[in-house]
Design a protein around this ligand. Structure first.
Ligand code: SF4
Ligand code: SF4
Length: 422
């Protein structure tokens, strides 16, 4: 079977009343384009969100509507071809972080992010996924992590962090309350985050553990749109949580992982009942508010202005908007400054959704980041704090690429460094 046929069959299979209603509701007003950082950063009309679901629309119209069948028969519209798959693979994987800002502005309430994910599923089934991204997916399937954090590497990294920062990281503790699951970006690129979060959990007196089996919170199957692997990767975490008997799973500094585990997994699989999925941003807020940890007021007030980058999946989707601000207002009451736009309306950093894993997408990713540079400059910020290590990787890489004099900081690290010892 041709690849295009496989993709079209997937689109048709996905198209129920909900997708049909969304596609029919679109008025082609173009408002979603202005919301997309890839369209804004490049001016390329092909990056308009509504164009990213064009293959899904064509498959729906040509299979289910009379007008679509006529247009196809008269040659007024063409069927989806293998060349289209290659072209839309670049549009939908290189130039979309699934940030869902476009859905927020659509006057018809169309959930574009979710439909772009459906297009990715068709492309994944047709094996039209960018090679870099698919290689990371295969690595996660075979080694347990897209960055090569095998059982042995994980053990070695945890032991090294424990020695280096002289901190206790409990592993595979049955009966703990909270299972903490790090992303391999933290394990490999920002290991001090592991020590920082361990320090906070210990200071709060939390009964927590990490798990060898459920050691990877990132879900590259979700990025690719591969439902089977999305379920496999989420199951590794949920199975570990069940075996350890924890009450909650805490996602550390990763936004897409939070979306995948907290909300999207339930669309694909039976998620275990009675296990809460939460994010470090919410837990930090909870610890500070309840007095379980205390922070040194004004600890960061002497380093120039500090701003906060809202991660799409943690703040816009996850609503953890106030907790980081409450914390920054303690740590830097005089220096904390908002970027504009912010909170739900914040602009994505451009590195999520698997984009940063695709080398050929670099020029687009940097073009999108230029919007962020503009915001940082307007806030006159010397430090940008955030609670997503994928955003942090994009910021760190882009700050270097553009040679900016800006410090990039993880909020957990800032909190850990400003803890008042009891
Ligand atoms: S904003 Fe909504 S209605 Fe307008 S073009 Fe985009 S998807 Fe269609
Ligand atoms: S989800 Fe975000 S990146 Fe993707 S098209 Fe919409 S605004 Fe652009």
């Amino acid at each position: 079977m041709e690849k295009s046929q496989t993709a079209v069959n997937t689109f048709v299979k996905e198209t129920g009343a909900w997708i049909a209603a969304q596609l029919e509701a679109c008025t082609r007003c173009g408002m979603c384009a202005e919301a997309c950082h890839f369209y804004q950063g490049t001016g390329n009309p092909e990056y308009a969100p509504v164009w990213k679901i064009e293959l899904l629309r064509r498959a729906y119209e040509q299979r289910f509507t009379l007008s679509g069948k006529f247009k196809l028969a008269l040659g007024l519209e063409k069927a989806v071809t293998d060349a289209d798959l290659t072209h839309w693979s670049e549009i939908d994987y290189y130039a979309c972080t699934m940030c869902n800002k476009c859905s927020m502005v659509c006057p018809m309430g169309i959930n574009l992010g979710s439909m772009i994910h459906d297009v990715r599923t068709g492309l994944s089934n047709a094996q039209a996924v960018p090679a870099d991204l698919h290689a990371a997916v295969e690595k996660q399937e075979n080694e347990g992590s897209p960055l090569g954090v095998t059982d042995a590497v994980f053990k070695q990294r945890i032991e090294w962090v424990a020695d280096e920062w002289e901190i206790e990281l409990p592993v595979d503790v049955k009966g703990a309350d909270t299972l903490v699951v790090f992303s391999s970006i933290e394990v490999m690129k920002f290991p001090s985050n592991l020590a920082a979060i361990a320090k906070i959990m210990n200071a709060a007196g939390e009964k927590w553990t990490i798990s060898t089996k459920g050691r990877e919170v990132v879900n590259f199957g979700f990025y690719e749109g591969n439902e089977e692997l999305t379920v496999l990767f989420a199951s590794r975490v949920f199975d570990a949580a069940k075996e350890l008997g924890v009450k909650r799973v805490m996602v550390t500094e990763c936004g897409h992982a939070y979306d995948a585990l907290r909300w999207s997994a339930a669309n694909f699989m039976q998620v275990p009942a009675g296990i809460e999925v939460t994010h470090i941003a919410g837990v930090l807020g909870e610890f500070v508010k309840s007095g379980r940890i205390k922070l040194k007021p004004g600890a960061y007030d002497n380093d120039g202005a500090i701003t906060f980058h809202d991660a799409c999946k943690i703040q816009r989707r996850g609503s953890h908007i106030q907790e980081p601000r409450d914390i920054l207002n303690i740590l830097a009451p005089k220096s904390f400054k908002e970027m504009t736009p912010n909170k739900e309306e914040a602009i994505c950093c451009g590195g999520g959704g698997g984009v940063i894993a695709i080398k050929d997408a670099d020029p687009i990713r940097y073009a999108a980041f230029e919007l962020k540079i503009d915001q940082i400059k307007k806030a006159n910020a010397k430090t940008v704090a955030m609670v997503c290590s994928n955003c942090r990787l994009q910021f760190t890489d882009s700050v270097q690429h553009f040679n900016l004099d800006v410090k990039v900081a993880g909020l957990s690290q800032m909190v850990a460094d400003a803890l008042v010892e009891k």
